[in-house]
Design a binder for this molecule. Structure first.
Ligand code: C2E
Ligand code: MG
Ligand code: MG
Ligand code: MG
Length: 277
């Protein structure tokens, strides 16, 4: 019986594995040349100062127009990453987001900054600081107007390499942003040698406000640690005024979430006057 059951489990596993592999292959094939075909678009989501609720930063969030559907990064970034296509896509996102930052600053948002997500592969590439420098120069934007979002796991795997790339970026004034904080297994103190300026508290903590009593003490611990390390705390996924009140009380100086705006095309954020032309 045990043997039979084992065999059944194995063949089920095989099926799902084959399905995943075929899906990944299909996505990888469709991604090839997608940049050149103009299938990507960058959406922007505001990040506001908790005190004034003014938008001081936009986060660039990639979208893929594929077969008449708008595909979210969760469905293709992992495949792009495992097939090296991410390098081309990443460079395109950086160029587009910085070009759009220059437009936003010229039109209605004179002092906003831009925050761009980078992948593990990009971060391990020595050419990233040079690419960032060239792209900023191309669009006449200063390094201190740009944040690059990385996650804990990227800093823990091959920490020395990550640190040298981050130090080179920080030397240009670029802000290093630790994204989705709290979902990994590292501690902030373990990352104290990294030049981190901003920490984004993962939306799963914010979602637990008002539901799990431990959410408040976890938020308090993260924000006080960030403060002790002179790191700016941003709350992600703020959807309600109740969550906003709590994260403000906890000392988060910035907030991002549907309460303030969903990711949307650049045009949505340009001044109304300009949009009419
Ligand atoms: P992330 O960087 O943590 O981005 C925040 C995600 O949370 C976005 O999902 C955003 O739409 C969503 N979000 C924002 N506010 C709220 C809210 O109030 N409630 C809820 N439930 N969700 C909210 P999105 O756009 O699907 O992006 C998913 C992830 O894909 C990003 O997570 C980021 O890790 C990755 N990603 C996005 N753009 C890029 C890119 O250009 N390059 C790379 N390498 N990764 C990217
Ligand atoms: Mg992000
Ligand atoms: Mg995040
Ligand atoms: Mg995320």
């Amino acid at each position: 019986y045990a043997k039979k059951r084992g065999a059944g489990a194995l063949s089920y596993f095989d099926e799902s594995l084959r399905h995943t592999a075929m899906r990944e292959l299909a996505v990888a094939t469709a991604l090839r040349g997608a940049v050149a075909r103009g299938e990507f678009e960058v959406y922007y989501q505001p990040i506001v100062a908790t005190r004034s609720r003014r938008t001081l930063v936009f986060e660039a969030l990639l979208r893929w127009h594929h077969d008449g559907v708008l595909v979210s990064p969760g469905d293709f970034v992992p495949v792009a990453e495992s097939t090296n296509i991410i390098e081309e896509i990443g460079a395109w996102v950086l160029d587009t987001a910085i070009a759009d930052l220059a437009r936003l600053r010229a039109d209605g948002h004179p002092d906003v900054s831009m925050s761009v997500n980078v992948s593990a592969k990009q971060l391990r590439d020595d050419s990233l600081p040079g690419l960032v420098r060239e792209t900023l120069a191309k669009h006449g934007v200063n390094g201190d107007c740009l944040g690059l979002e990385v996650t804990e796991s990227m800093l823990v795997d091959d920490a020395q390499k990550a640190e040298s790339v981050l130090v080179a970026l920080a030397a240009q004034g670029v802000l290093v942003v630790l994204d989705d904080f709290g979902t990994g297994y590292s501690s902030l103190s373990r990352l104290r040698n990294m030049p981190i300026s901003v920490l984004k508290i993962d939306k799963s903590f914010v979602a637990e406000i008002g539901h799990a009593p431990s959410a408040l003490s976890l938020l308090a611990a993260i924000t006080s640690m960030a403060e002790a390390m002179s790191i700016t705390a941003v709350a992600e996924g703020v959807e309600t005024e109740q969550q906003m009140a709590v994260i403000t009380e906890m000392g988060c100086t910035f907030a991002q979430g549907f309460l303030f705006g969903r990711p949307a095309p650049l045009d949505t954020w340009l001044s109304a006057q300009n949009r009419q032309r």
